[in-house]
Ligand binder design. Structure first.
Ligand code: 5AD
Ligand code: SF4
Length: 445
């Protein structure tokens, strides 16, 4: 095979939004090499599986996907495993799945073209280094955006070492990208058609940097600077850790017009005993205290969170405390998971692992409560007038799907509007997962 033989690529990203961002950057890199995107794996000469290692199920999915890439005629495309499974399992992947040609970690994917060269010569290519020089310095600059809602990774890695979590091992130590790089990338995204930017990081609110005057800034400083970019209409950020939720960032929610009233702030558990065993270094009370301060400056803030049920040693009483904090915090949406022991993490070696059926039952009860709160939140917005950013096509003829400031999906029918438009609507109906709206007026871009 020669380089020219690899014409089409397909990238499938699993897991978090940081993987979606990395997948987009890989797509831009491959396009820069003269390749084009294929609709699906069947038409592709190169398939990149951009993987997630956070729970065991996510890992199993990668291996079943690799198996499915074999075609009826017995051939398969060149296969690259990227992302956190690549980082964590390295060479082991090609041993378990010999059809994998390339294994590339989240800090090394800018080297994909070179690794493809190695793979073309029939050798296995592996790069799971965490190099000192940043991949961001060599990736192509951001161009035209396929979506009006863009992601921008501002911070990577994590130093928190929650005892259940693989992220500090797969994504490495916390690193903040420099202010000037982020400012340039944000401008390029807006020039490329982005109307909303979501700042991403495993611990996004731990971001810090020096502005062009050499002054130290936290995330709120960056948000205030982005607020000044004309053409940009919305700013979001995720995921935040309670311990890095500064007064300045909270205040920004009451003052920065483009900062959306939405906060993804995982608490994981409502029991202080479990939070301690998780090494979360916050308590249920300190978490609620943050929410109180946030709601004082932004009463309509929509709250999202992550929960783990069945962490080792979690008693019925601990779980009741999780339900209790959910009742007090009141979520507009949330993600909840059964604890999954991850190799190499302290919690995997803890005694008193919880039986699967106990986890199932707890997860069901927690999700029932969270679903109830989400539905109530949605219903409370019926009758409200709000603006939505149209992000994608719906299934019906002339249907578009947009997002409210509170990150709810809204379905509208309008043949005259297109993706990227901002429109003012009346929210007319609410379901458990989405809303229906009627257009009031189109807003200037
Ligand atoms: N088991 C279950 N859920 C986990 N998460 C992280 N690690 C694990 C694990 N070992 C969840 C946390 C985190 C989210 C991204 O995934 O809730 O906030
Ligand atoms: Fe994992 Fe905890 Fe870091 Fe979040 S804060 S990425 S849960 S170690």
């Amino acid at each position: 095979m020669t380089q020219a033989d690899l014409k089409k690529f397909h990238i499938k990203s699993f897991g978090c939004q940081m993987n979606v961002y990395d997948g987009e950057r890989m797509a831009e890199l491959l396009a820069d090499q003269g390749m084009s995107a294929a609709e699906n794996g069947d038409d592709a000469d190169l398939v990149v599986l951009n993987t997630c290692h956070i729970r065991e199920k996510a890992v199993d999915k990668v291996y079943s996907d690799i198996g499915r890439l074999r075609r009826k005629d017995g051939t398969s495309p060149m296969i690259a495993v990227a992302g956190c499974v690549a980082q964590a399992e390295g060479k082991e992947i090609s041993r378990r799945a010999p059809s994998v040609d390339i294994v590339v970690g989240p800090q090394a994917y800018h080297r994909l073209p070179e690794l493809m060269e190695v793979a073309k010569s029939g050798k296995k290519a592996l790069d799971t280094d965490m190099p000192a020089a940043s991949k961001f310095d060599v990736l192509p600059t951001r161009g035209k955006q396929a979506r009006p809602n863009a992601f921008l990774t501002v911070q990577e890695g994590c130093d928190k070492f929650c005892t259940y979590c693989v992220v500090p091992y797969t994504r490495g130590a916390e690193i903040s990208r420099p202010w000037s790089d982020l400012s340039k990338e944000a401008h390029a995204l807006v020039d490329g058609g982005a109307r909303e930017i979501t700042l991403l990081g495993q611990n996004v609110n731990a971001w810090y940097g020096e502005d062009e005057k050499g002054q130290r800034q936290g995330l709120e400083g960056l948000i205030r600077a982005l607020d000044k970019i004309s053409g940009l209409q919305r700013i979001r950020y995720m995921t935040s850790h309670p311990n890095d939720m500064t007064e300045g960032l909270i205040a920004a929610h009451g003052e920065v017009p483009k900062l959306m009233p939405f906060l993804h702030l995982p608490v994981q558990s409502g029991s202080d005993r479990i939070l301690k065993a998780m090494n979360r270094s916050h308590s249920a009370a300190s978490y609620l205290d943050i929410l109180e301060k946030m709601r004082a400056v932004r009463p309509d803030i929509a709250l999202s969170g992550d929960f783990i049920v069945g962490f080792p040693g979690e008693s019925d009483q601990d779980f009741e405390e999780t339900l209790q904090i959910v009742r007090e915090a009141n979520y507009s949406q949330a993600f909840s998971f059964k604890y999954s022991p991850r190799p190499g993490t302290p919690a995997a070696a803890m005694e008193e692992q919880i039986a699967p059926q106990v986890m199932d039952e707890r997860l069901q009860r927690l999700q029932a409560l969270l679903n109830e709160q989400q539905y109530a939140f949605n219903q409370n917005t019926v009758g409200r007038k709000t603006d939505i950013l149209l992000e994608r096509q719906g299934k019906l003829e002339g249907q578009l799907i947009g997002k409210t400031p509170w990150l709810q999906s809204v379905h509208i029918i309008s043949p005259d509007l297109t993706i990227g438009d901002m429109v003012e609507i009346d929210i007319t109906q609410a379901g458990p997962n989405s809303l229906t709206g009627q257009i009031k007026e189109r807003l200037a871009a």
